[in-house]
Ligand binder design. Structure first.
Ligand SMILES: CSC[C@@H](O)[C@@H](O)C(=O)COP(=O)(O)O
Length: 379
C-alpha cells in the first residue's frame, strides 16, 4: 500500500461536493486514510487484496458498508491488473481463496461477510458456463463495481425514509435536534451515509435544528470524522464528550438519537460502535426516541439475537495512548486493558430501524422486531 500525500482538503471532495473515502475507477483504487483526518488528506493506493486487508484491519477505511466495498474493490483491482494464464476454474478458485482471506480482516460488521458471500456465489455461478478465466474475472469486477454504485442509492433512500418517519413521529416540533454516535457518513460508506445520511436529509428539508456528535472514544470517529463531515456540509453541529450524553439529554437538548449498525440480529438487537448501548440506555431513561439506520446488508437473519454476535477486541494501545493509539502514552504503564470495538444494544431499547426499503417498527406490545417478515414483504 503506497501513500500519496494530497495537499488540500479539496482532495476529499467529489465534483458533486460530497466527501469520498473510496476513489475507484477500473484498475485503480485509492482509499482516504481516515486515521489522518481531519488534519491531513492522504490517499493510499490499494493495488491488491493484501493492501485491502491491511487497510481494513488498520482502520485506513472503516465503517460497515465502506469496508465491504473496499474489500470487494481491492480484489477487483488485483484481477484487473494481472496477467493470468489459468482456466476459468483456476480464476474461480483464486477469487474464492482471496475472498476468504478478505473476510478475516474484521469480524463484527456483517456487510463484509454478506458482500463476500454474494461475490462467492456469483463466481461459482459464472464458472458453471464460462470457458475463459477473463469471463469469471469480468463478472467479479462488474459485481464489485455495482456494490459501490448501489450503496450511495441505498443511503439516499435511508435518508429519505428516515427524515419522513422522524418528521411524522415528531410532528409537533418545528425542528429537531439529533444526537449521533461514531461515524456513519460518507466516510463510512460509498457516500452520503446511513445515520448521518438521515441527518443530511433532515437538514436539507429544513427540519434539523442541530446535530450533536459524540467523540466516540477511543478511536474518536465522532470528533475526527463526523465533526469533519458536519463542518464540511455546514450542518449546525456541536461535539460532546461521550460522557456528556446523559447530561445533554437531561437538559432537554436532544429530540432523537440516530446511530448506524455493524450487525443487526433477526430480533433487532444491534451491534454498533462501543458506547452505543450507553447512549441507548440514556435515551430510554429520558424518553427519547432511539433509531438505528442501516442498509438491509447490515441485517444478519442467521442469528436470532445479539448474543451470537462476535465482538472485535482491539489493541490495548488504542486506550493506553492518545489519538486512538497513535499519540503519546496517557495511561499508567502496567494497567490491563479491555477494549471491545462494539457493543450490542438490545432491541427493546430501539424505537425503529430505518432501512432503504422503509422503516421497521414494532407492534406496540413487542420488545423485538419482525425483521424477517419486513424483508419478505419488502421484496
Ligand atoms: C455506516 S457505518 C455503521 C457502523 O459501521 C458504525 O457506526 C461503526 O460502528 C463503525 O465502527 P468502525 O470501528 O469505525 O468501523
Amino acid at each position: 500500500m503506497s501513500a500519496e500525500a494530497n495537499g488540500s482538503s479539496a482532495a476529499a471532495t467529489t465534483a458533486g461536493g460530497s466527501l469520498q473515502s473510496i476513489c475507484y475507477e477500473r484498475g485503480s483504487l485509492r482509499l482516504l486514510d481516515q486515521r489522518k483526518l481531519p488534519l491531513e488528506t492522504v490517499y493510499l493506493d490499494v493495488k491488491d487484496s493484501t493492501d485491502g486487508w491491511t487497510a481494513i484491519r488498520d482502520m485506513v477505511v472503516r465503517g460497515a458498508p465502506a469496508i465491504a466495498i473496499a474489500a470487494a474493490l481491492s480484489l477487483a483491482v488485483e484481477v484487473s491488473n494481472r496477467d493470468f494464464n489459468g482456466t476459468s476454474e483456476d480464476a474461480s478458485s483464486l477469487l474464492i481463496k482471496k475472498l476468504e482471506y478478505l473476510v478475516s480482516s474484521r469480524p463484527t460488521a456483517v456487510n463484509l461477510s454478506d458482500a463476500v458471500e454474494k461475490l462467492r456465489s456469483l463466481v461459482l455461478k459464472t464458472v458453471e458456463t464460462a470457458t475463459e478465466a477473463k469471463t469469471v474475472f469480468q463478472a467479479y469486477i462488474d459485481a464489485a463495481e455495482t456494490m459501490l454504485i448501489d450503496d450511495v442509492a441505498s443511503n439516499k433512500a435511508i435518508g429519505f425514509h428516515g427524515a419522513k418517519h422522524l418528521r411524522s413521529n415528531l410532528e409537533d416540533l418545528e425542528k429537531i435536534s439529533v444526537l449521533t454516535h461514531c461515524n456513519t457518513g460518507s466516510l463510512a460508506t460509498a457516500g452520503y451515509g446511513t445515520a448521518l445520511g438521515v441527518i443530511r436529509a433532515l437538514q436539507s428539508e429544513g427540519f434539523l435544528e442541530e446535530a450533536f456528535c459524540t467523540e466516540t472514544r477511543p478511536f474518536n470517529q465522532g470528533s475526527r470524522l463526523t465533526a469533519f463531515e458536519l463542518v464540511h456540509d455546514r450542518i449546525p453541529a456541536t461535539l460532546i464528550a461521550d460522557s456528556a450524553v446523559a447530561a445533554l439529554m437531561k437538559a432537554g437538548r436532544v429530540n432523537a438519537v440516530i446511530v448506524g449498525a455493524d450487525r443487526i440480529a433477526a430480533n433487532g438487537d444491534t451491534a454498533n460502535k462501543i458506547g452505543t448501548y450507553n447512549v441507548a440506555l440514556s435515551a430510554f431513561h429520558h424518553g427519547i426516541q432511539f433509531y438505528v439506520a442501516a442498509p438491509i446488508t447490515s441485517i444478519d437473519l442467521s442469528i436470532s439475537s445479539g448474543e451470537q454476535i462476535v465482538i472485535e477486541e482491539r489493541s490495548a494501545k488504542e486506550l493506553l495512548h492518545s489519538d486512538g493509539g497513535r499519540g503519546k502514552q496517557v495511561a499508567a504503564s502496567g494497567i490491563s486493558v479491555w477494549n471491545p470495538a462494539f457493543d450490542v444494544t438490545p432491541a427493546r431499547l430501539i424505537t425503529a430501524i430505518i432501512t432503504e426499503k422503509g422503516v421497521i417498527i414494532k407492534k406496540a406490545s413487542d420488545e423485538a422486531f419482525d425483521i424477517k417478515g419486513f424483508i419478505e414483504n419488502a421484496k
